[in-house]
Structure formats: structure tokens, C-alpha cells
Design a binder for this molecule. Sequence first.
Ligand code: FES
Length: 90
Amino acid sequence: MSMNKEKDFGTPASHSTTNVTLEIDGFKVTVPAGTSVMRAAASIGIEIPKLCATDSIEPFGSCRLCVVQIEGGRGRRLRIARHGRGGGFA
Ligand code: FES
């Protein structure tokens, strides 16, 4: 019996040809537009806790474990429940 040891980035990859640069915990990362904060963070080794998120299905936000704070936003925001610029997706 073998176990799948591939890294799970939490949300599917974006196939946009436009890139955006984010700063997460002081680290800059450039990703395709539409990439989730969770996926962008995971790509530079920052793991956001998750239960229901996986890169094999579209995010649906049921467990509410993946909370992040967006600078300039009000309070904490769900990473995968938010779409659009400045939210959970780049
Ligand atoms: S991991 Fe479940 S809502 Fe984000």
C-alpha cells in the first residue's frame, strides 16, 4: 500500500496568463491572476490550516478553518470564500 505524498495547494491552479504579485507575511510571490491566497502561500512554503480545501475541487468554504487577515480589510476574512482583487483570490 502506498500513500500519495504530493503537495496539496488547497485550491486548483489558475491558468491565467496574467501574473500578479502578492505580499504574504512579508514575502513577495508572483502567481497567475485568480490564484487563491492559500495556493500562493503554499507555493512559498507558508501553510494555511485547512480541512475542506484541496486542489482537486473548486473551493466551497464549509469548515471555515482557513481564515486570513487581508491588510486594509475589516477583521479576518475567509480565504476561499472571497473572490476578486484584495480578497482571497489574486
Ligand atoms: S479549508 Fe475549509 S473553509 Fe477553508
